[in-house]
Design a binder for this molecule. Structure first.
Ligand code: 13P
Length: 245
C-alpha cells in the first residue's frame, strides 16, 4: 500500500493504429471509478500518429498524453521525417519521453538529449528523461558513473525543474522480463535522487502484474514507465491496482 503520489506512464513505442485506441475504454472506465485516483497520474505516450486522436478520446478522463521523442530544434526546418516539440504540443502532447535507450542505441548522444530537453521545455512540454546503464556497464560495475554522466550532460544548464521526471531504465531490463534486485534498485534510485535533488524518479524495464508487488515494496520509486504491459489494458490496470493493494 502506498500513500505516495505515483506516475503510471505507458510507452507504446512503435505499436498501434487507430483501432488500438479502443483498448483505452477499459482504462478510462477503471480510472473514473478508482478510489485512489487522486493519488496517481496516468500518462499514455503513443506513436506520434496517435497523439491527436488519443488526446481527443481521452478528453475529460484525467489521463494525459505524451510523445516519445522530438527533433532538437524547436522551430521549423528542413529535416525530413522529423517533428519538433511544438508540433507535438499542438496536437495534444503534454509530456515527452526523451533519452530512451532505444534512441540512445540508435546514436542519440547526451548532448543531443540536452538540446531536445531544452527544446521540449521551451515548447511547454513536461519531460520524462530516461537514463540507464547497459549490461556491459553493469558487469563492469560502472553504473553510477554512467548515470552521473547521463544526468550531468543531459540536464546541463537546466535549472532544477519541476517539469522534468527522471525515469531509470536499465537497458538490460527492458523487454527481458528481468528486473533489478530490490536492494540494488533502491540504492540506484537513492543515488539518482542524491544527484538531482527534488526530482521524481520512476523505474522502467519489464514492469508487469507479476513483479509489481516486489517493485512496490521499494519505497523510493515515484512510479513506473511501462512498455509491453501497457499495450494490454488488463495488465496495465492490474499493475495500478496491485500498487495500491
Ligand atoms: P518494457 O516494459 O517492455 O520492458 O519496456 C520498458 C520501456 O522501455 C519503457 O520505456
Amino acid at each position: 500500500m502506498t500513500n505516495k503520489y505515483m506516475y503510471f506512464i505507458a510507452n507504446w513505442k512503435m505499436f498501434g493504429v487507430l483501432n488500438s485506441l479502443n483498448t483505452l475504454n477499459r482504462v478510462v472506465k477503471f480510472f473514473k471509478n478508482f478510489k485512489k485516483r487522486k493519488s496517481l497520474k496516468i500518462i499514455y505516450c503513443p506513436p506520434s500518429t496517435l497523439i491527436e486522436p488519443m488526446s481527443k478520446k481521452l478528453r475529460g478522463s484525467n489521463i494525459e498524453v505524451g510523445a516519445q521523442n522530438c527533433h532538437q530544434q524547436d522551430v521549423y526546418g528542413a529535416f525530413t521525417g522529423s517533428v519538433n516539440s511544438s508540433m507535438l504540443k499542438s496536437v495534444g502532447a503534454k509530456y515527452i519521453i526523451i533519452g530512451h535507450s532505444e534512441n540512445r542505441q540508435a546514436g542519440e548522444t547526451d548532448k543531443l538529449i540536452n538540446l531536445k530537453i531544452k527544446s521540449a521545455l521551451k515548447s511547454g512540454l513536461k519531460v520524462i528523461f530516461c537514463i540507464g546503464e547497459t549490461l556491459k556497464a553493469k558487469r563492469k560495475k560502472i553504473t553510477k558513473s554512467v548515470l552521473n554522466k547521463q544526468i550531468k550532460v543531459g540536464l546541463k544548464n537546466i535549472k532544477n525543474n519541476k517539469k522534468i521526471i527522471i525515469a531509470y531504465e536499465p537497458v538490460w531490463s527492458i523487454g527481458t522480463g528481468i528486473i533489478p534486485k530490490s536492494d540494488d534498485l533502491f540504492k540506484t534510485i537513492s543515488f539518482i535522487k542524491k544527484e538531482k535533488k527534488n526530482y521524481k524518479v520512476l523505474y522502467g524495464g519489464s514492469v508487469n502484474p507479476k513483479n509489481i508487488n516486489q517493485l512496490k515494496s521499494i519505497n523510493n520509486i515515484d512510479g513506473y514507465l511501462i512498455g509491453g504491459a501497457s499495450q494490454d489494458p488488463k495488465k496495465f490496470i492490474d499493475i495500478i491496482k496491485k500498487t495500491y493493494n
